[in-house]
Design a protein around this ligand. Structure first.
Ligand code: MN
Length: 439
């Protein structure tokens, strides 16, 4: 019997706002002395009242928009009730049936669209440390993280492999970094992943009757390993004629396996109800339009633009747009490079190959340092004409397209000429010659 994995994903992204979600304490707690970023609100003391962080909510909406979500005009906070020592109030302020963002998607490298059910806002819990002090085992609680804003992004169970999950996570990480709302460092716990995994018979369309959620995953590598481990484990159980238990498991890196933690709870176990201390939030269309306009250019759009504007390959554009800092540096460097007759392709090559230190080098200085080191546009007009002639002869389809009225087709021809010479020609000159020869 052949089985197919059915995988969904919940990701918690910690926002780097100045203050926490519902109080004034600094949210920048990483590496700080325990219990120094605390107040009555995030310690859950009786009578303390939450005040929502406007910046955090706006960033949650931005994440939703960048993930192609709908933003309902009415939203509210709810209490998710459960007992655990890291949750002093006995409930977490989260969102239940009216989240800020719904129905989005991320498109993977392989073209597959992963549906995003929702992106909602909630508060983080305190951090528990289990250790042995003077021979007895103790659990210590650090409340610095309590109340730090989180955005939880939940997908449909659309993944069928660990590879797809990792690809999705990299895209999500890239998007929140582009937005500048989270550092999304996995090692620091800024991005926490919980895949839920089950198997169904190949060809089945319905969802399996059970699912296994894996917690405590803090790297792309571990998510991959834990999914692969679960697929194998569940397959063996199914093949023996049993059904795997619905449960929450944890990834144990030392043992290289998942271990059972507790039976999986259902939504009704949490007794969700509306948070009485925070009124519902209503957006106007004007406010949402403003958020939409404030979005920066996102990675997929930038990637396409780099290919068409600078005649770069998809590969080069992908490397240069991986983070905003590199992309901005490249574009500034191209501007500076124009004056000294270096092409965008040359600039791209050097940035990709030499990986300059972006925070200590200015693009213009970087370009100056290149002038002596790089081959210049040495091709004579005659050679350039000859080369363009060859491109025209070799690309009859594009030429026909151009002659039938699609003037943009000339960019494709120019791209071919740039690629053929590895960018060592002047695109302006080449374009003029192309136009001459084609008209
Ligand atoms: Mn959550």
């Amino acid at each position: 019997m052949k089985y197919e994995p059915v995988i969904g994903l919940e990701v918690h992204v910690e926002l780097y706002t100045k203050s926490k979600m519902f109080c004034h304490d600094s949210a920048d707690y990483f590496g700080k002395d325990p219990n120094t970023h605390v107040c009555p609100v995030c310690l859950g003391l009786p009578g303390a009242l939450p005040v929502p962080n406007k910046q955090a909510i706006e960033w949650c909406i931005q994440i939703g928009l960048a993930l192609n979500c709908q933003i309902p005009l009415l939203s509210k906070f709810d209490r998710k009730n459960y007992f655990y020592p890291d949750l002093p109030k006995g409930y977490q302020i989260s969102q239940y049936d009216k989240p800020f963002c719904i129905d989005g998607s991320i498109t993977l490298k392989n073209g597959k669209k992963i549906a995003i059910l929702r992106a909602h806002m909630e508060e983080d819990t305190a951090k528990l440390t289990h250790s042995i002090i003077d021979g007895s085992s103790v659990s210590l609680i650090d409340f610095n993280r309590s109340g730090v804003p989180l955005v939880e992004v939940v997908t449909k169970p659309d993944f069928t492999s660990a590879q797809e999950v990792v690809d999705y996570l990299k895209k999500l990480q890239q998007i929140v970094r582009y937005l500048g709302v989270s550092s999304a460092d996995m090692e620091k716990g800024d991005m926490r992943l919980e895949p839920n995994i089950s198997l169904r018979k190949l060809g089945d369309k319905t969802l399996p009757l059970y699912k296994v959620e894996v917690k405590n995953i803090n790297s792309f590598k571990f998510v991959e390993k834990s999914i692969e481990y679960e697929v194998k484990r569940q397959q063996e159980i199914l093949e023996s004629g049993e059904i795997p238990a619905q449960e929450t498991r944890g990834w144990n890196e030392l043992k290289q396996k998942t271990v059972s933690q507790r039976s999986k709870e259902e939504a009704h176990d949490y007794r969700y109800f509306p948070e009485p201390d925070i009124p519902p939030i209503r957006w106007t269309k004007t406010q949402l339009d403003k958020f939409r306009r404030a979005l920066p250019e996102l990675p997929t759009v930038k990637l396409k633009r780099f290919q068409s504007q600078y005649f770069l390959s998809e590969y080069d554009s992908e490397i240069l747009t991986r983070d905003r800092q590199t992309a901005d540096f490249f574009e500034e460097a191209v501007k500076a490079a124009k004056e000294v007759d270096l092409s965008a392709k040359q600039v791209a090559n050097v940035i990709i190959n030499t990986k300059p230190n972006l925070s200590s080098t200015l693009p213009a200085t970087f370009i100056k340092s290149l002038i002596t080191a790089l081959p210049r546009n040495t091709m004579s007009n005659q050679d350039l004409k000859k080369l363009i002639g060859q491109i025209i002869v070799g690309n009859t389809k594009i030429v026909a397209d151009y002659k039938s009225g699609n003037k943009n087709a000339i960019q494709a021809l120019l791209g071919k000429a740039m690629a053929k010479t590895q960018g060592k020609i002047d695109p302006k000159k080449a374009k003029t010659i192309l136009e001459e020869l084609l008209n």
